[in-house]
Structure formats: C-alpha cells, structure tokens
Ligand binder design. Sequence first.
Ligand code: ADP
Ligand code: MG
Length: 367
Amino acid sequence: MAEVAYVNASRVFPGSPPVRAVDQLGLDVSDGEFLVLVGPSGSGKSTALRMLAGLEDVDEGSVTIGGKDVTNVPPKGRDIAMVFQSYALYPHMTVAENMGFALKLRGVPKATIKEKVAEAATMLDLTKYLDRKPKALSGGQRQRVAMGRAIVREPSVFLMDEPLSNLDAKLRVETRANIAALQQRLGTTTIYVTHDQVEAMTMGHRVAVLKDGVLQQCDTPRNLYERPANAFVAGFMGSPAMNLKTVPLAADGAQLDGLSVPLPRQMLDAAARAGLSEVTFGVRPESLHLTGADESGMELVVELVEELGADAYIYGTARIGDRPERFIVRVDSRTPPALGQTVRVTVRDPNEVHLFHPETGDRLQAA
Ligand code: ADP
Ligand code: MG
C-alpha cells in the first residue's frame, strides 16, 4: 500500500501547437484512498493515469509512489496493477491462467499461485469459472477476471481506466458497488478514471475534476456538489445539470424575469468586490420549485416533462432580459405540469444559489 502524488506533472504531446494533455497536475492521494479522476472525453484522464503507470512520459514535474520518485522508473518497477476498459484477457488461457499469469512470470511457486488465484476467485465470485476460457464468459465475468488479475499481484496501487464502460447499465451499477466494496476490503490505494460523473460521485472518497488537462477541483463528492469551485465543475457534476445563467444583479439580489432572488449579504458583497453588475447564477433543479397561484415567480413555459418514477423534471423556457433561457426544475412526480403549460418558479432557499464570475467562471467567495 502506498500514497501517490503528482507534483506539477505535465505531459506535452509534440505537434503544432503541442498538446498539453496534462498540465501542471498537483494531486496527493493518501494511502488506502479511492480517488476518482473525472472529466469529459479528451480532458487528460487516461494520460494522467498512464503517467503514473510509466506508460507515458512525464515532461515536467514528477510522480511519486509510496514517497519514492518513480518518474524515471520503468513500469515493472512501480508496483502498480492496471485494469483497462478493454480487459485484454489472453483468449487461449483459462480464467485461472489469466489471473495467475503475472505471478508465473515472476517465478512464484505453482502452489502459491493456485492459492492466490483461488482466494481472488472467491472474492470475485469466479470460482466455478476458473477452467473456462474468456470467450465462454459474459461481459461482467470478464470484467471480474480483469479485476482478479490485478488483485492477485497484490500491488501497492490499482490504476483503473474506465473499467465498466463495456458493461450494460444495470451491470455497471452493480459492479461499481462491488468494486467500491472490494477496494474498501483490500485497502489498496486506487486511482479510478471515468467520464461518468455519477460513477465518480458514488465511488470516490475524493473526486478530482479535470478539464483540458487542468485540475479544476479535488474534493469529497459532497463538497464538489455543494461548493463547486467554478462554473465548469458546477455544470459537470450533477444530473440533470445545474442551471447556469448570466443574470443582472440588483441592490438586494439577482434579477430573473418576474423574480428577484434575494441573495445572502456575503454573496452580494463578493460580487461587489469583484466589481460585477452581472454574475453567472447557478441553481440546481432540486433547488427550484413551482410556486402557488398567488405567489410571484419566474414564468416558465414547459417544453419537456421527464418522468423518472420517483422524480420528475420539467424543462422550460423563461426570459432573462430579452433572451430566452432554458431551465430545468425538479417537480413532484405525482402531479407534473403539462406540456405547453406556463408555470411559475422560485428558488427554494437563497443559500442554495451559487454565484460565479461571468468571465473567469470562478466561484465568488465570501471574504
Ligand atoms: P481522456 O482519457 O480524458 O479522454 P486522454 O488523456 O486520452 O483524455 O487525452 C488527452 C488529450 O491528449 C487529448 O486531446 C488527446 O487527443 C491527446 N492525446 C492523447 N494521446 C496522445 C498521443 N499519443 N499523441 C498526441 N496527442 C494525444
Ligand atoms: Mg481515456
């Protein structure tokens, strides 16, 4: 087991212009932690993981495992095990042979290999498949063999790159819970890459959000959700996404059409300090609600009703100034409004509003 660190580590791919796939990444992962790297496609997640594995050069800065600088250590010397999206199982080997192969290469005695493979197979519920070849397994079983292959090596660090992408939705949810439980039980430091923010939120002790190779924020799922550091993180984490709109500020709050949202003094002070007359106003769908007939609110024409069983969301258009703006609102799933209906919407609690700088996107902080 080991802690892991990226120390201002960059990977710059040559070209004109060069691509800073990972840009000055600084990140400390504690011993035993489950850290998720999340971001849209092309944000540098795989490159960051491969830098730690030794499969990609580190052009600036360094990477450490267990406190030791491994920047120039070949992959074999890093004591990590990687699980990829394509499980890359050997087709001609049985499940047991696939799982034990790395140990065999290392010259581990046969009896020990057998024991370790059996132990991992029990954990992963693979015991009855040990003699099968990969082609005779389902996708979920193959995924578990790939996990088993990593586990038997007893590495200091697991590196996983979108290991659930090839599974169907139901199996993905099941497997993500199993992987989280297994990691808890083994206590092995794990860095897990996904583009799926739900996976990130449900699996990670902490989640690091990347955009264009740059770390945006690294925090617990709850803190990312409740205090996103910038408008990008705010919009990326959470589904359906946070409503993010540029709105003018009035003396005591934000001015939406037909709705003045009173804002806490600290928020207004922060905007004033930044000299802003407009802000990026963020409010999650669950922080908006429909008003009663006699209450004021922002008028919204309902264009789509998404019923998910326990929840329902309406998508509708309001006007801010002379611009039409799309808002998403969570509503009671038993009595959703009808398509085309005009509803009035208000903010549940001004403390659930997020304000960001309209140009930099940074969260406006209370002093
Ligand atoms: P992610 O895993 O988040 O989808 P990647 O780490 O694969 O992103 O890629 C990050 C960026 O680096 C992308 O712009 C990608 O096109 C670029 N990139 C990745 N690998 C190479 C390479 N071998 N040569 C040039 N550019 C690359
Ligand atoms: Mg990738």
